[in-house]
Write a protein that binds this ligand. Structure first.
Ligand code: ACM
Length: 539
């Protein structure tokens, strides 16, 4: 069951902040923003002031210009260093607003709190109400430094114009990582100037399955898309201005069928031509293990690190069938040469080669993994099967990010209602279950908490073609995850009450958080043929 939607939002929006600030107390009165409002923007606060104007000026006409005597103050204040990079303090009185943080990023988080303190309607394209902030005193800082969301743009491509909106929705919830899943069996979206065929060939598949998992029906329509370097650089800057880091994922040595279609020489059967995969599931084809394959992907990673300034680079590592290696004399010889006990160990060996390259570039590799047994400790483990795997990896000494599929995979259905569109089978993930995400270590091992960077939601898009469907699956479930990542307090009743109000913000922003409305076929369907609606992808 999803959280019921209250039609009358609570009268005090400040009671409905999501995520909940570490401390909030109401003060009498409030501050009204109008045409006379001026910002006093202290050095270091320019980015936050620009962001506030970006959100408010186009919709309200308020220019919020700088003035030395402005009543709305944004300032970097080293005395708040104890609140960390992302913490901030906010005071609203009838006489003015004071937003302070030790770091510019904290000010960006405070800007999102200010947006949420305004009337819900202020987030809409045409606010009707007077823009008044309620009197408050807030001190706030996150519990976890990694609060993210994965969007799979490999299975279904989304243009950067949409990704910008996606980033703004993350930022509203004080999330700070957009994990962009750029490559997979069904599509390669990352531009690599050294190897243009990766996107030219690997960026397009001939058709896609339709209907529920395991369906043998195909839509017969090509699907494709790839980003340019300029687009991704623009996205990185856009996200950065909102305090969101774009963490790219280019996965090896499995989930690479699109790369193999473009470059058969990377595979275990270089003479066999493969297409970009048109099925969903785990593809048996994986990378070969020759030096030329390692060099190829080192070059790819060089271009990835060049384009994405993120401190973390995700190198995949999940779901690697080893049958091809077991049958390959070259792979068996490589395993022997490296002193491995057999071809299965080539998986960890391959990941270690790539991880070392990322480390040499001054970045930290992230990998999907279970207990981390085969990975160098330089790898941050993104644990997707069970929380126990995360704790096992933490015990080994890995930093971990909780991505347990049972509480963070938003490709599972939101509920079991008749109108739910086809989704990943096997589990139903409601908001309550997402809220229950387990970030605390076993009671007898408190030191493991220091290894937990945080958590993130995952939206794999096998069954998800459109922005509307993305948002229907993401919200409000991501609100619950954002809450637990920012404020680790477990207080479902309080969250649920605030979520009732917060849904009015999602409505103002046009997020289909309640029902998935009928929506057109995916715009990156490359076919010109008249489109029929895909059964079940509309509500
Ligand atoms: C995964 O779901 N294969 C990371």
């Amino acid at each position: 069951m999803d959280v019921p939607h209250r039609t009358t939002p609570p009268p005090r929006p400040e009671l409905a902040l999501v995520p909940r600030p570490s401390s909030l107390s109401s003060r009498p009165g409030g501050f009204r923003l109008d045409a006379t409002t001026r910002l006093r923007v202290a050095p270091g606060a320019e980015g936050a002031a620009d962001l506030l104007r970006t959100y408010l000026t186009p919709t309200t006409g308020l220019r919020l210009e700088h003035a030395e005597d402005g009543a709305f103050v944004l300032a970097v204040d080293p005395t708040l260093a104890g609140l960390g990079e992302e913490g901030y303090g906010l005071t609203v009185t009838p006489g003015g607003v004071l937003l302070r943080a030790a770091h510019p990023t904290g000010l960006l988080r405070g800007v999102q709190t200010i947006r949420q303190l305004l009337p819900y309607d202020a987030l809409s394209a045409r606010p009707a109400q007077v823009l008044a902030l309620p009197g408050v005193e807030i001190t706030d800082a996150p519990a976890h430094p990694w609060r993210g969301m994965l969007l799979d743009v490999a299975r279904h491509f989304q243009p950067v114009s949409y990704l910008r909106r996606f980033v703004d929705l993350l930022a509203l919830h004080k999330l700070n990582v957009l994990h962009l899943h750029l490559t997979d069996d069904q599509g390669w979206r990352m531009p690599v100037s050294a190897y243009p065929r990766l996107t030219e060939i690997g960026g397009r598949r001939t058709q896609s399955p339709i209907g529920p998992a395991g369906s043998d029906r195909f839509d017969g329509r090509p699907h494709g898309g790839a980003y340019t370097r300029a687009e991704l650089a623009g996205l990185v800057a856009y996200a950065g201005a909102r305090g969101v880091t774009v963490v790219p994922e280019v996965g090896v040595p499995g989930h690479v069928r699109a790369a193999l279609a473009a470059h058969p020489e990377l595979g275990n059967h270089p003479g066999t031509r493969l297409d970009v995969w048109t099925r969903w599931g785990v593809c048996p084809n994986v990378l070969g293990v020759g030096d030329h394959v390692l060099d190829f992907f080192r070059t790819v990673l060089d271009e990835v690190t060049d384009l994405f300034p993120a401190p973390y680079i995700h190198i995949g590592g999940d779901e690697v069938p080893t049958q091809e290696w077991e049958a390959s004399p070259a792979a068996l010889a490589r395993a022997a040469q490296e002193g491995l006990s057999g071809p299965r160990e080539l998986h960890g060996w391959f990941m270690a080669q790539m991880a070392d390259h990322v480390v040499r570039a001054g970045r930290r590799p992230v990998a999907w993994a279970e207990d981390g047994a085969t990975l160098p400790l330089t790898c941050t483990v993104m644990s997707w099967r069970t929380p126990q795997h995360a704790w096992a990896a933490a015990r080994r000494g890995h930093d971990v990010i909780h991505a347990d599929h049972r509480s963070t995979y938003f490709d599972y259905a939101r509920g079991s209602g008749r109108l739910e569109p086809p989704a990943q089978p096997g589990h139903v993930l409601d908001v309550r279950t997402v809220y229950g995400v387990d970030l605390l270590p076993p009671a007898d091992e408190p030191p493991l908490a220091a290894r937990v960077l945080g958590t993130q939601g995952q939206l794999w898009t096998e069954f998800v073609r459109t922005p509307e469907h993305i948002e229907y699956l993401t919200y409000p479930r991501l609100c619950a995850l954002a809450e637990r990542a920012w404020d680790s307090t477990d207080d479902w009743r309080d969250f649920r009450t605030r979520l009732d109000g917060h849904r009015a913000r999602l409505t103002a922003l046009g997020v289909p958080h309640d029902v998935l409305p009928p929506h057109p076929a995916h715009p990156h369907d490359l076919s010109r043929a008249p489109r029929e609606r895909t059964k079940g992808t509309v509500g």
